[in-house]
Design a protein around this ligand. Structure first.
Ligand code: IPE
Ligand code: IPE
Ligand code: MG
Length: 246
């Protein structure tokens, strides 16, 4: 089936976020260590970024490492950090030629110094690229992000910089690490798991969810198109009734 041909380019989501899950199970199925799956997952990232660009998606957010992922065996955590550094170094030329701007969300100060340095340099280099924003969620957790926003806001209220009455949806959004990034219309999770795992809890208030059985290293161009097509078949009511939406 040619999914791409059926997609209405005028109704493409601006922001798609993906919980890339299933690398470990993919590797295990073929008798390999978990890191083997993470390595192959990078190929899916490359392909999905390209497919997103072709669709005209402006923000692609990828959940790459959660705050809870530090609890994995040290060997896996070290391997993931090393993979992050190597992948950015390998891909930087491609990001430049494809006009991709790299951004991060999450507590990146908690990442190893080598990762921070590689990210900082890639973000500076791609700063003026405009075709698509690739947002990597690294050492990210929604509860961390919301707690952090609450601390910043309460400090500002205490010091008199803002009044309690100024606290609203927009102000809270502006204190999250996703500040300036529109909320995702579509959130995809691969590998058959049906949960958010501490991802974009605030931003997902009106997101459409798409779950599929495909393990992340097997998730390719057509799988993204299938998800976007499914998204386009939904009626987003935002609390209203169908008749009001015309
Ligand atoms: C997702 O794949 C990648 C990260 C969380 C870094 P997993 O490593 O969670 O793979 P499974 O879920 O164990 O198969
Ligand atoms: C969520 O996947 C985090 C990322 C994809 C980076 P996990 O595999 O860590 O989630 P749980 O533990 O199954 O909920
Ligand atoms: Mg997992």
């Amino acid at each position: 089936m040619d999914y791409l041909a059926q997609i209405d380019k005028k109704k493409t989501p601006v922001h798609v976020a993906i919980i890339m899950d299933g690398n470990g199970r993919w590797a295990k199925k073929q008798g390999h260590e978990r890191l083997y799956g993470h390595n192959f997952g990078v190929e899916s990232v490359r392909e999905v970024l390209k497919a997103s660009t072709d669709l005209g998606i402006k923000y692609l957010t990828l959940y790459a490492f959660s705050t809870e992922n530090w609890n994995r065996p040290k060997e896996e955590v070290d391997g993931l950090m090393d993979l992050l550094v190597r992948s950015i170094a390998n891909e930087i030329d491609e990001l430049m030629s494809s006009d991709v701007r790299l951004l991060t969300i999450g507590d990146t100060e908690g990442l190893p110094a080598s990762c921070q340095a590689e990210l900082k340099s890639a973000m500076a280099k791609t700063e003026n690229n405009k075709t698509i924003n690739l947002v990597l969620a690294l050492n990210y957790s929604s509860r961390w992000e919301i707690t952090n926003a609450l601390k910043q806001i309460s400090r500002k209220v205490s010091s008199g910089e803002i009044k309690e009455a100024d606290v609203n949806d927009q102000l809270i959004s502006d204190h999250l690490t996703t500040k300036g990034i529109p909320d995702p219309e579509l959130i995809i999770r691969t590998s058959g798991e049906h949960r958010l795992s501490n991802f974009l809890l605030w931003q997902a208030a009106y997101s459409e969810f798409y779950f599929c059985e495909v393990l992340w290293p097997d998730f390719k161009r057509e799988d993204l198109f299938k998800a976007v097509l499914d998204y386009q078949s939904r009626e987003r009511r935002f609390g209203m009734v169908s008749e009001q939406l015309t």
